[in-house]
Design a protein around this ligand. Sequence first.
Ligand SMILES: [Zn+2]
Length: 163
Amino acid sequence: MDKQRQSQRDQLFKPELHDPYLRHWHAHGDAFCPECGVSYQAGRWSWQELDDAEHAERTACPACRRIADKAPAGNLTLAGHFVKEHSDEICNLLRNTEALEKREHPLERLMTIGDDPEGLVVTTTGMHLANRLGHALEAAYKGHADYKYSDDQTLVRIRWERN
Ligand SMILES: [Zn+2]
């Protein structure tokens, strides 16, 4: 990869510039999402209470908007016999991994875990969580994972397989 391409790639990795759900948030003042309780203060999302909740804007956060729009940023397919035989255990790993991620990064959430002819399909509100889930599956159960980003770097598709 040449230098120019590399620098374009680095820019593209700033999701707040390209993700339609994040793009305009830097212009907002303090805000509070009545759906999930997350707050936006001084340009940061957190689970902390706002200093001045009374004057904050009440509006759905980017994660709740993605959930309402059914527009995931991460899509994982978990395929193979192993997945079908251990689906409860795998779901626990996915939920525990989400809980850890969400504490630090409130916009990174699981959207759906669903059955699929191949095994399971999982969607997330953030690419970071999707990646973390892929790595957690590999760390816990080996298998093979494949990560593919959309051209505009706003969606990651992951396929993890173990037979
Ligand atoms: Zn929310």
